[in-house]
Each structure stands twice: as C-alpha cells, then as structure tokens.
Design a protein around this ligand. Structure first.
Ligand SMILES: Nc1nc2c(c(=O)[nH]1)N[C@H]1C(S)=C(S)[C@@H](COP(=O)(O)O)O[C@H]1N2
Ligand SMILES: [Mo]
Length: 247
C-alpha cells in the first residue's frame, strides 16, 4: 500500500520538509488537501466498500462488552429524557431531505428491523462481539427522501466529551450500507445508558469511534466544512484520527 505521506509527497511533487510554514501557505495547503482526497479515492477504489463484515453466532458473543468514552451524558436534558424512560426522546432527521422526520423509539421499531452479531473494534486496542438491532439507516433516509446533492450524513449526540459536543459523520456509501443501523437494542435488551441509550449508530465497516452513541440528530449534508471544526467528527477534529479508517 502507498502510505498517506508517500502519496501526498508524490502527488504534490515535493518531499515533505517537515516545515510547518510551508503547509501554512494557501497554495501548498491546497495541494496537500487534494492529495488527501486522492488518498481517499484510491483507498475506496481498492476496497469493496459495500461488502458485509462478518457476523457471528450467539455463542461467540462476548460475555462482557465494555463501555468506552462517555458512559452517561449527564446533562440536565439527558437526565430528564432518561428519567422519562426516553418516552420524550426524538431523533431528528433533517438537512438535505424532502421530508424532515422526528422519530420516537416506537417509530424506530416500526421500520423493518435488522439484527446482527458483529465485532466492535476500538482503536484503543480492544474488541467485543455483541448483538445489535434497529432499522437500517438507509430505510430511515429513504423515508426522509434524501436529495441528490447529499454527500455525507452527520450524527449529533447528547453528550459532551471533554467539553466538546460528540458528533460523527460518514459518506453515503457507509450510510446506505446494509449493516449500518440505528440500534435501539443490544444483546436483546433496550440499549443501556453506558452503551448509548436510547439509540446509537452501528456502522460496521468502521472503528469504534464512528459508532456515535446517544443519537439526537441525523443530518444529511453536502459538505462537512461548517460542522464542528470541519474534519467530520469529534476525534477527527480534536485528536487527528482519520475520518476514513475503515475495517
Ligand atoms: N456519543 C458518543 N459516542 C461514542 C463515544 C463517545 O464518547 N460519545 N465513544 C466512541 C468510542 S471511542 C467507542 S470505542 C464506542 C464505545 O461504545 P461502547 O461504550 O458501547 O463500548 O463508542 C463510540 N461512540
Ligand atoms: Mo473507541
């Protein structure tokens, strides 16, 4: 595989000098970002991104599935939703859609359901196998009527992590992938608070940090530029994780 740095250096026709001032020059920054787009395009060309990830048997499920990141959003708004057993929770579906939606938990249950036993891989080096159930994101987006300018789907969460709102985003290939679901059930029970109650994203071709918990809003956009710090997610904005790492 050609590494990101190699490709950037190659496409820009210059050896990376390690000079930050160079990157700060608008023209150079332009070339570097174009290099990054090329890297993404190449990675996608080399992988069948619609392929399914493995699914497992019941007896392969992890006896313990740890929690990570936020374990309870703890805000007054979330505490109120939780106290009401999430009866007042609504998932907003908006942005580049013909029919914005406001979905309750029972509404999510009325879509055709997909259940899948999959492996969750966190970049921190642990994995766990669990069972997830919910509607396919593709069915929810179809109900909302996605406009043809749609390029990304942004997921906004109820929690702040280290003071910043947690959010994530994926492109339309991942959004429409058959194993991408809005999970309200884990291991045959309602999702608990630690794992993202009442609803979290399962986007199985991605590492753990993309699987946004405590979902509040799903927004279809044509650009990530105006969202957060513009890199498409909490970790991408704040810790330099790749927006597209993939599994
Ligand atoms: N809203 C929100 N979603 C999140 C996080 C978070 O802190 N807040 N952490 C992410 C990370 S890094 C991982 S590995 C998984 C952990 O999911 P789990 O707690 O169900 O194991 O959630 C992801 N989604
Ligand atoms: Mo993670």
């Amino acid at each position: 595989m050609i590494g990101r740095r190699g490709l950037i250096a190659g496409s820009a026709g210059l050896a990376l000098s390690g000079c930050d001032r160079l990157i700060a020059t608008p023209a150079v920054r332009d070339i570097v970002f174009r290099g990054e787009d090329m890297h993404r395009a190449l990675q996608r060309a080399l992988t069948d991104r619609t392929a399914l990830v493995p699914e497992f048997r019941r007896d392969q499920m992890s006896p313990v599935f740890r929690t990570n990141g936020t374990r309870d959003p703890g805000t007054p708004a979330y505490a109120a939703l939780r106290a009401g057993k999430f009866a007042d929770w609504r998932l907003t579906v908006d942005g580049l859609v013909a029919r914005p939606l406001s979905l309750s938990l029972p509404d999510l249950g009325r879509f055709p359901q997909r259940a899948q036993i999959t492996r969750h891989d966190c970049v921190e080096g642990w994995s766990a196998i669990g069972k997830w159930q919910g509607p396919r994101l593709s069915d929810v987006l179809r109900a909302a009527g996605v406009r043809d300018t749609a390029r990304y789907v942004v997921f906004r969460c109820a929690d702040l992590y280290g003071g910043a709102p947690y959010y994530e985003s994926v492109d339309m290939v991942d959004a429409l992938h058959p194993q991408t679901i809005l999970a309200w059930s884990m291991n045959d029970r309602f999702l608990d608070v630690g794992h993202g109650a009442p609803c979290r994203l399962r986007v199985e071709r991605h590492l753990g940090y993309k699987h946004a918990k405590y979902l509040m809003q799903v927004t279809v956009v044509d650009s990530l530029a105006g969202i957060g710090k513009g890199r498409g997610g909490f970790w991408e904005d704040n810790v330099d994780y790749d927006w597209y790492a993939g599994i």
